[in-house]
Design a protein around this ligand. Structure first.
Ligand code: KG4
Ligand code: ZN
Length: 350
């Protein structure tokens, strides 16, 4: 079980963080990597004491997507209110906090800077350690919230920027089994949603529409050297060609059936590969993570595996998409190495 010694920034006092610290860890975390400004307070990595999210959806609808400069400005406007609300909701003061944490990457640099610097400032002002958190690890850790999940397990991480099958062998030991060689699933959802004229945020809108249609159109599946890798750019092109063809043939575009066909294609590819990867290493526990884990069809396909004896975890909907509770959980369970005030933001995994 992980535990790590951190130092307070002003008086340099040791503070143990992690499951073996011997006392309750109350972590205040901030998330600002993309289009949500979020703050949360979580006890011992699992018990959510407060969870506040300010969404920028309304602003980004106007632009049809996230404009980085606009997002950063919105984070600046929201951050103080969100922090205040997180303290208020939990009825906790800064003195009761064990450490402050914030996402440091991957994400939009301008947006990350707002949250990380707010976290560092709180850490300095209250003389508590600062913990920099990797956003991708945190999505997986969302599955620890309000559950008793422990490694080992296989995780399917599906977000706007990433698609990975990960073997989580132990708290701090993981291996990527497969990943996308081009677009992320969420990105493919958002692009195809735009092609059929759905508003931002595309993924959830396409999911809703798909539930009203039938998967009558056959779309291609990519064949890859590593059978656990993914590719969605061919599917995107095929979807575009299908839409163009149907536009010529029909007065009204059958968008619900197109959405259902796309959704069926994507979710069965994710399902097949993840199950095969889990079976291949004899893993009986599969966890879903990231914004696309909120998808109704993905949840349905994987939850059905419970009848075959698998343990299936997926975060509650509000913890699938970006939130700060998952950041606090990751700070606790993974007690990252990015623990000093010198840590800087980064946009991509290198
Ligand atoms: O994890 P997340 O909130 O942010 C990133 O770290 O990227 O994921 C956002 C992605 C977006 O592409 C969004 O369209 C997608 O998750 N998404 C969905 C659904 N809800 C969110 N995609 C498919 N079905 C959904 N229900
Ligand atoms: Zn995310």
């Amino acid at each position: 079980m992980p535990v790590k010694e951190f130092r307070t920034p002003i008086t340099n006092k040791p503070v143990l963080i992690g499951t073996d610290s011997g006392y309750d860890n109350i972590i205040f975390a901030i998330e600002s990597s993309c289009d949500e400004t979020a703050a949360a307070i979580v006890k011992n990595g699992r018990e959510v004491l407060s969870n506040v999210v300010a969404s920028q959806i309304k602003t980004h609808i106007e632009f049809g997507g996230v404009v980085p400069e606009v997002a950063a400005r919105e984070h600046l406007e929201a951050i103080n209110v969100v922090i205040e609300q997180a303290f208020k909701q939990a009825n906790i003061s800064a003195n009761d906090i064990t450490a402050f944490a914030a996402t440091v990457g991957p994400g939009l640099v301008g947006s990350l800077l707002v949250g990380m610097n707010a976290g560092k400032a709180l850490a300095i002002a209250h003389d508590k350690p600062f913990i920099g958190v990797n956003h991708l690890n945190a999505h997986v850790c969302a599955n620890y919230l309000n559950t008793d999940l422990k490694p080992p397990f296989v995780a399917l991480l599906v977000s706007g920027g990433h698609t990975q099958i990960i073997e989580v062998k132990d708290w701090l030991e993981q291996r990527i089994i497969g990943e996308t060689i081009d677009d992320a699933v969420g990105e493919a959802y958002d692009k195809v949603a735009r092609l059929i004229g759905l508003p931002y945020p595309g993924g959830v809108n396409l999911d809703k529409l798909a539930q009203t249609g039938k998967p009558v159109y056959k779309l291609p599946e990519a064949k890859l050297q590593n059978e656990y890798d993914f590719s969605f750019s061919g599917l995107k092109t095929a979807s575009l060609q299908l839409i163009q063809k149907l536009k010529k043939e029909n007065e009204i575009l059958p968008i619900a059936d197109i959405a259902a066909s796309f959704q069926e294609n994507v979710t069965s590819v994710l399902y097949k590969k993840t199950k095969k990867a889990a079976d291949n290493i004899n893993a009986n526990t599969i966890v879903l993570a990231g914004g696309v884990a909120a998808n109704s069809e993905i949840r349905k396909k994987f939850f059905a595996l419970r009848e075959q004896g698998y343990n299936i975890y997926a975060p509650e909907m509000k913890y699938c998409t970006d939130n700060a509770s998952m950041i606090a959980s990751s700070a606790y369970f993974l007690a990252n190495t990015m623990d000093s005030l010198d840590v800087e933001v980064f946009s991509r995994m290198s």
